[in-house]
Design a protein around this ligand. Sequence first.
Ligand SMILES: [Ca+2]
Length: 416
Amino acid sequence: MRIFSTTLALAATAMIAACSNQGASDTGEKTSALAGRVDAAPINYEVQTLAQGLDHPWSLAFLPDGNMLVTERTGTLLLVSPDGSKETVKEFTGSWEFPRVHFGDGIQAGLFDVVLHPDFEENRQIYISYAGDMADGTNTLLLTRFTYSDGDLSDGKILFEASPSRIQGNHYGARIAFLPDGTLVMPVGDAFHFREEAQSLDNHFGKIVRLNDDGSVPADNPFVGQEGALPEIWSYGHRNPQGILVADDGRLLENEHGPAGGDEVNEIRKGANYGWPTVTYALDYSGGRVSPFEALEGTEQPLTHFTPSIAPSGFAQYSGDAFPDWQGDLFLSALALRHVRHIAMNEDGSLGEQAELFGELDVRFRDVRAGPDGMLYLLTEEEGEDGRAAGRILRIVPKGWTEPLASEPEAAQTED
Ligand SMILES: [Ca+2]
């Protein structure tokens, strides 16, 4: 009983702390303290540091040759080899034929996603999203396509420019996913200051757009031909989507940030309205209500939502062999609450139990990926004591796992 009452007292203290800490930094990131932690799933794993010294790594794409392309939000596209060595592919900060990357202290802009075309092995095309500085002093989210070959980019083209542009540096969205039909989707955030625009179809704020792989508009997009609506729009009423994936059952799943609470995981449907800012489980940073509605006819409910905010970033579904218990499960990297949220996928496609993983590392996680080798890869945002960037690529492997050495017998023979 004594233990029980102590626990209650601690819980009360934690709740008070949570209330007094709720709010946003200038960047719009959540700082609310955590109440109600859940236990980590009983999986035995080891954390390996694959590469370090990265400057705000944002996204990671696996190349067929075993190397990785990694974006640093500060503007550099890196080629990282499995032994952790890094080389620069392209500085998006320099002066070149495209808008320079928009980046600065305390804003969320920068170089964002890198994704391979589904037929990359044949066409060598990669897709990169970033916030670009426009000629008139504004900035906006751009989707670009390049040919990647031998650590170099060529044949660049801007496929999409979010409209209108803005002067502010918040809420870009910017993750890219290819759908099974060969088209691609990319969320565009509400830019923080323009949340009402998420309900208006004449602009790209708070939307998910769908494009053909050459940037043209698919004829079967839901608002093609509708007067006053932009034809690129696939869904609307989003706030700040930070992760998107096509699940193995074909569903398009997305995660997005609420302000104070109300982070969501959604199943994205053609032409649907996801509610923001009319319908939300979130409070505003001030503690006031954004809207009286948590549900409303004509808007979609999230599959799950998080209060307090975990600030989800990357989003992955696991399909490897290394962790059989994780088959089909979802993983969300989290910034504010410094863990990776594991969500079990039930047989019927509903979301099951949740657990917090890797909280012992006490870092902001920017991305999570299921590697082609069956391991889980994480990107961290860290700074060393000298203030220098110290982001890492981590690889999660089963405990006691040793890398198979294909050349081992041959090497042994040579030594004899
Ligand atoms: Ca919503």
